[in-house]
Design a protein around this ligand. Structure first.
Ligand code: PSU
Ligand code: MN
Length: 308
């Protein structure tokens, strides 16, 4: 792809040219989602997880005003250690470009950039959604899912959100929500939410078939693949609920809103659970990278062969 604001690494370019499996990875989780040094470790582990499952990792970020797809280890370090990065969603790209600054791309931001490059599979932790704290705080992630043809693997929406409202929004926007070997919508730290997905899919192959069927019909939305957190790291809904309510009440009291809300809630919950939620977050991220790599292998045809 030739675009003055994009720069794609040679590894990712090669994979794109050969039509070999690629998994896009986000970077807000590095810059705003996790504390240092776990963020750097996680960034490296996500890439390793993708590589060892047979796909090329493509971490997306903004570096000095350039949209980068595929980062070197030095660049991952720079991103993980900087404390002046921007959280980049759709509205923020031009800010980063004009001001020549660096930033971590959100789910929405990563979907935009990866789709521009022709990457079809993306792994993240949990998508953003409809917040509980204020009526109009709805993540751009939902809009991106509505109009970007991509498979997004996550562990559900973050439990800090209004999950029923988030699912309603996705339904309105025509986004299929698939459960990987489950009919229950997972809730990030917990495997259970009491809510249902729109379709249960059993294997990476079936997920790839589903995506191709959806897009061959002319649908332009993403397929949200929800992959429950591994049993060994899961925290039950009943254990999480009061903790989330406490963190949420603190956010309201301190007047925290907008882009700061998600990072605040994640780090408060990690403090309250004495790191247990952080451990769960890392486990589900790696679990998602593995499934995304497996799916990308099943999609191993050039995107233009199946996209309209
Ligand atoms: N999931 C995580 N940690 C994170 C995020 C998701 O486990 O830090 C990030 C994602 O990048 C997501 C963003 O796109 O939080 C949502 O932010 P907001 O609610 O402000 O749209
Ligand atoms: Mn928001």
């Amino acid at each position: 792809m030739k675009h003055p604001n994009f720069s794609i690494s040679s590894e990712v370019n090669r994979a794109l040219n050969f039509g070999s499996p690629i998994v896009a990875l986000e970077s807000t989780v590095i810059t705003h989602g996790l504390p240092h040094p776990q963020n750097l470790q996680l960034a490296r582990d996500m890439e390793k997880q993708v590589t060892s499952n047979g796909a090329t990792p493509a971490t997306v970020a903004l570096l000095n005003g350039k949209i980068r797809i595929g980062l070197s280890d030095e660049e991952l370090i720079r991103l993980a250690e900087s404390d002046s990065t921007l959280k980049v969603s759709h509205r923020d790209f031009a800010t980063a470009i004009v001001k020549k600054i660096s930033g971590g791309t959100t789910v929405a931001g990563t979907m935009y950039a990866a789709n521009m490059a022709g990457i079809a599979v993306f792994a993240t932790g949990g998508i953003g959604g409809v917040h509980k704290e204020s009526a109009f705080d709805i993540s751009t992630d939902l809009r991106a899912l509505a109009n970007t043809p991509m498979i997004v693997v996550c562990a559900g929406a973050k439990a800090i959100l209004d999950l029923p409202a988030t699912l309603e929004y996705l339904e309105t926007m025509g986004v299929p929500v698939a459960g990987y070997q489950t009919t229950e919508f997972p809730a990030f730290y917990s495997r259970e939410s009491g809510l249902h997905v729109s379709v249960r899919l059993e294997s990476p192959k079936e997920i790839a078939e589903f995506a191709k069927a959806h897009w061959n019909l002319g649908m332009r939305s993403a397929i949200l693949v929800t992959n429950p957190i591994p049993e060994s790291e899961a925290i039950s809904k009943s254990e999480m609920e009061p903790i989330i309510n406490q963190a949420s009440a603190e956010a309201v009291k301190q007047g925290i809103h907008g882009q700061q809300l998600t990072p605040f809630l994640l780090s408060r919950i990690s403090e309250i659970t004495k790191g247990k939620s952080l451990k769960a977050n890392l486990a589900l991220l790696l679990n998602n990278a593995k499934l995304a790599a497996e799916i990308s292998k099943e999609m191993n045809v050039k995107k233009k062969e199946w996209a309209i």
